[in-house]
Write a new protein. Structure first.
Length: 54
């Protein structure tokens, strides 16, 4: 079992958990809202090299 990235409660990562990696719909929506409000950002522009493994 892993921890929810939002609230850190234990949550299953199996396919049965429709909200994975989150523990609930609430945590999933809170995380989505922080991206929508631009509280979370990607630190640099994506480059073509980012798509290839070393």
């Amino acid at each position: 079992m892993n921890k929810c990235p939002r609230c850190e409660k234990p949550c299953p990562t199996s396919k049965d958990n429709q909200y994975r990696p989150f523990c609930s719909e609430k945590c999933k929506l809170i995380d989505f809202g922080s991206w929508a409000n631009e509280e979370n950002i990607i630190s640099r522009p994506i480059k073509s090299e980012d798509f290839y493994e070393d």
